[in-house]
Design a protein around this ligand. Structure first.
Ligand SMILES: O=P(O)(O)OC[C@H]1O[C@H](O)[C@H](O)[C@@H](O)[C@@H]1O
Length: 553
């Protein structure tokens, strides 16, 4: 494995960062009238402007050279070829195959998996059609107009984010609910809003062993049966790779839509996990989502590194993270329907690249994935942007907006977009101390007042951002946007030398929770003092048990 920090390209980039320390982005823009053209590009219906990053031509060249030094193109080819690039699980990474409409064949361990992908997609189409046409009915003969998707992580965030994003495409009269948390309140709140005769429960779990999902699924089935529901088969379907566990749960394999271990959980919305999307927006729109992603895949696999949108987004991220010291990255969609995108990307990015061990098993010298957070603009502006503009940490950001809204109501959308643009400009330009002083003087403040206030009102600027635009947020552009991020994450993982496709870091807590569970009391029982953990965990267990005992009716 190439030790990326030891490469000459890494050293050149460190020198580039030093060379840029004495200038600012304002100057870079003033000195280069072509900066916007140079550092922007269009692909798959998306437009990316990354010119508001503090990069120089040297830095740009060295970033491309770095991508070559780690053989990014070679690893990309290995991914598309179905090689087991997920090394710790010995698995291929082929979510792109799920949305490849070019009729290419994909092979995993010598097996052509493309026919079974197409078969499953046809089954999903047929099932969605039967629900939408009313041919499939509930036990009492009513149409199934409500979906409750029970899943967590990739089996929740992806479909939920997409269903929310495609609200303008919702089919009339259909409702979707997403239950993920093992906190029973979420399931109870959902069940209180639905009619069991018209509800389809979609149990989504790659492994079909996840505690939260299995607990919610059991409770939903009990609720259904306790209230007189019959014909469970008509009301419960499963989306999974684990046929055996689905059968053991009591769902007929006929009612199971499958996917495969070469689809990572956080990359699974393109698979059967997308059933809840197809049910809410129609299969044609689901297919358009896949087609949009495929367009981005084709761009990613064929464009030169210098004009390759996911590659450039990744490289700029590496620059900000490793050479300018950005510790976090904000995802700021200026589209209310994308309100779950930051949460979705938290899993996609942080579960993929939040790692400190390289592919060779050694502790990495370099920083890896940043903290991802975000909220839709303009809400975030009135909350945490203060820190983006004037805080002590450098935080990079992606601003994402459609030029045309699905609700062109009055001047809402131009106002929204003006905020989008103003924020990226303000982050880049900042406001110099002298500008602040001149303004305060013009406002009639005295010299001591100006001296006291000016530092607080100055903005350092030089805060990096990318702007991602599209015409309208459609299934196609959304698909391309998600694929853009998937490939960005992949490229960064390759550069940082990590396996972006496992997630061992979620295991320890799961195991410990299992051992703690028997130590917690139900309201009806008393438990002895906990002794098997550290003093804090024992103390908290005792305190919880005590609070629950005291609350006993
Ligand atoms: O789909 P499931 O097998 O139920 O997994 C649901 C989620 O839980 C796991 O703990 C992983 O961290 C996630 O990557 C996964 O998406």
């Amino acid at each position: 494995m190439v030790e990326v920090t030891k490469t000459p390209e890494w050293k050149s980039l460190s020198a580039d960062a030093e060379a840029l320390a004495s200038t600012n982005m304002r100057t870079l823009f003033a000195d280069d009238p072509d900066r916007f053209e140079r550092y922007s590009l269009e692909a798959a219906g998306l437009f990316l402007d990354f010119s508001k990053n503090k990069i120089s031509e040297d830095a740009f060249d060295h970033l491309i050279a770095l991508a070559n030094a780690v053989d990014l193109e070679g690893t990309r080819s290995r991914m598309f070829a179905g090689e087991p690039i997920n090394t710790t699980e010995n698995r291929a990474v082929l979510h792109t195959a799920l949305r490849d409409f070019s009729l290419r064949d994909y092979h995993v361990d010598g097996e052509n998996v493309s026919p079974k992908i197409r078969t499953e997609l046809k089954r999903i189409a047929a099932f969605a059609q039967s629900i939408h046409s009313g041919a499939a009915k509930g036990y009492s003969g009513k149409t199934l107009d409500t979906v409750v998707n029970i899943g967590i992580g990739g089996s929740d965030l992806g479909p939920q984010m997409v269903v929310e994003a495609l609200r303008p495409y919702w089919l009339d009269g259909r409702r979707s609910f997403f239950v993920s948390n093992v906190d029973g309140q979420q399931l109870a709140d959902t069940l209180a809003q639905i009619n069991l005769e018209t509800t389809l429960f979609v149990i989504a779990s790659k492994t079909f062993t996840t505690q939260e999902t299995m607990t919610n699924a059991e409770s939903a089935r009990k609720w259904f049966l306790d209230r007189g529901g019959k014909d469970v088969a008509k009301h419960f379907v499963a989306l999974s790779t684990n046929r055996h566990a689905v059968e053991a749960f009591g769902i007929d394999p006929e009612n199971m839509f499958q996917f495969w271990d070469w689809v990572g959980g956080r990359y699974s919305l393109w698979s059967a996990i997308g059933l809840s999307i197809a049910l809410q927006v129609g299969f044609a729109n689901f297919e358009n989502l896949l087609k949009g992603a495929h367009l981005m895949d084709e761009h990613f696999r064929s464009a030169s590194l210098r004009r390759n949108m996911p590659v450039l987004l990744a490289l700029v991220g590496v620059w900000n993270r490793n050479f300018l010291g950005a510790s976090a990255h904000a995802v700021l969609p200026y589209d209310q329907h994308l309100h779950r995108l930051p949460a979705y990307l938290q899993q996609a990015d942080m579960e993929s690249n939040g790692k400190r061990i390289g592919k060779d098993g050694a502790v990495l010298e370099n920083k890896t994935g940043p903290i991802i957070f975000g909220e839709p603009g303009t809400n975030g502006q009135h909350a945490f942007y203060q820190l983006l503009h004037q805080g002590t940490d450098l935080i990079s950001a992606d601003f994402i907006a459609p030029a045309i809204s699905h609700s062109e109501l009055g001047d809402h959308h131009p106002k929204l977009l003006s905020n989008f643009l103003a924020q990226t400009e303000a982050l880049m330009r900042g406001k110099a101390d002298q500008e602040v002083r001149d303004e305060l003087r013009a406002d009639g403040l005295t010299k001591p007042e100006i001296t006291a206030l000016a530092p607080h009102k100055a903005f350092p600027g030089d805060r990096p951002s990318n702007s991602i635009l599209m015409g309208k947020l459609t299934p196609e552009t959304l698909g391309a946007l998600i694929a853009l991020y998937e490939h960005k994450i992949f490229c960064q993982g390759v550069i940082w030398g990590i396996n972006s496709f496992d997630q061992w870091g979620v295991e320890l807590g799961k195991v410990l929770a299992k051992s703690i569970l028997p130590e917690l009391s139900n309201l009806s029982e008393e438990k002895p003092s906990a002794t098997s953990h550290d003093a804090s965990t024992n103390g908290l267990i005792d305190r919880i048990n005590d609070l629950r005992q005291r609350a006993k009716p």
